[in-house]
Design a protein around this ligand. Sequence first.
Ligand code: SGN
Ligand code: CA
Length: 516
Amino acid sequence: MSNFIIKHPSAAVLMGMAAISCSQKEKQQPYNIVYIMTDDHTAQMMSCYDHRYIDTPNLDRIAADGVRFTNSFVANSLSGPSRACMLTGKHSCGNHFYDNTHCVFDASQQTFPKLLQKAGYQTALIGKWHLESLPTGFDFWQIVPGQGDYYNPDFITMQNDTIRKQGYLTDLITDDAIDWIDGRDKSKPFCILVHHKAIHRDWLADTTHLSLYEDRTIPVPETFYDDYEGRPAAAAQEMSIDKDLDLVYDLKVQTPGRKSRLSGLYYHFINRMKPDERAAWDKFYDKVAEDFESRNLQGRELAEWKFDRYMKDYMKVVHSLDENVGRLLDYLEKEGLLKNTLVVYTSDQGFYMGEHGWFDKRFMYEESFRTPLIMRLPDGFDRRGDIDEMVQNIDYAPTFLELAGVEVPEDIHGVSLMPLLRGEHPKDWRKSLYYHFYEYPAEHMVKRHYGVRTERYKLIHFYNDIDFWEFYDLQEDPHELHNLYGDPAYTEQIAETKAELLRLQEQYDDPIRNEL
Ligand code: SGN
Ligand code: CA
């Protein structure tokens, strides 16, 4: 502990230390944090959560050696807002970064990296940032502009220069993360945020992985042909695999002369490839395009062809990600760092893999409200397996602060997950989650909504250019196809859930709220 001073050991931290045996406690080094966050990686596409589609052996290592959260959620299912919630531990109404289109993150506000830095941690951020203002609270950062590029990407450096690197983005971010950890001041604990662009649209795979998964037959999910009956906001979206995926940009039908709404953007991205990469790319996707043009698919056959291409491209991008997480884990193991490092793997939100016929996220429905969360715990934490309590991305900041022995500021909305990591099942653990999505009108046209989810029920209010409520019994209807709002059989449950919604809106001081 010589170089590390616990500034404000909270009662909870002291309780945490008590969970560690005396001899371990004396030797316990301060904990490091390696936080790996991907973009749009959903639990359906991780074999530690779901065996249907893809094997992710390296991600599974984290879950197998540590813990898997089975009820992990975000506060606002969109990149910038989700990142702001994670950094501040506050809902969007508390950090004021509501959507990707209008907001600039107020970089002077309190974030957990700043608080860790003050407590003597070295902090670093590498990869996607997406908060418009430049990062603060990091000893080192290097970010991609906006969404970033998969191929030979630009990075913004701390000197505010833009540099172009050669390679595939998932590899480059991992290389830089390992280099930073290797070159850090080894006398201090560290916290590094490794923020991948993968698996974001338009799912450009490493050219060495193009042939993967091509032999698979992937059945469409059971809600693929959802008719959105009783759910007008769900019907109004523009994120349908069949209607809204772009044949060139998303599905890579790069037939010479074929133009589509986003074909310009497609060539802008793939023109960044080096000649050998481009040659491998064209060899693969020219065949896909030829095959498509020769078949004249219509109706359901066309929709299912699009689904198949979407899934396969997504899986190839996950493959690189999984390999690179393995590389980072191997490095931490080789350096003997795993014993005092918390390794977290999560995503900025979940994603639709054809459920309800969709790609993208935004809705408070389960697939995009959820986010994967697995952790490899440092020595002294014996908890393994599943943690079933409901957790949210506003909880990460207080968790990391408590792990570091830093007092959790009272204005943080989230709750530290440390009791759960110590194997406790606190009786007063939260029984409901709050959600609020604001980006409308905007791409994909998902209407503004807020809502509450309890263990069994979900109540959503779509507002702005609509005033519409939805209520689901998740136990009876896990796919959220039957809107029960107004159903006399559920009058009592709806009233109770509505009261809980208002309670949360008051607790988090959300000015946009429903009055009973
Ligand atoms: C881009 C994508 C959208 C996606 C948003 C937000 N369009 O605008 O499909 O919903 O990002 O994603 S694209 O034509 O540019 O690919 S987020 O994860 O960054 O919030
Ligand atoms: Ca995202």
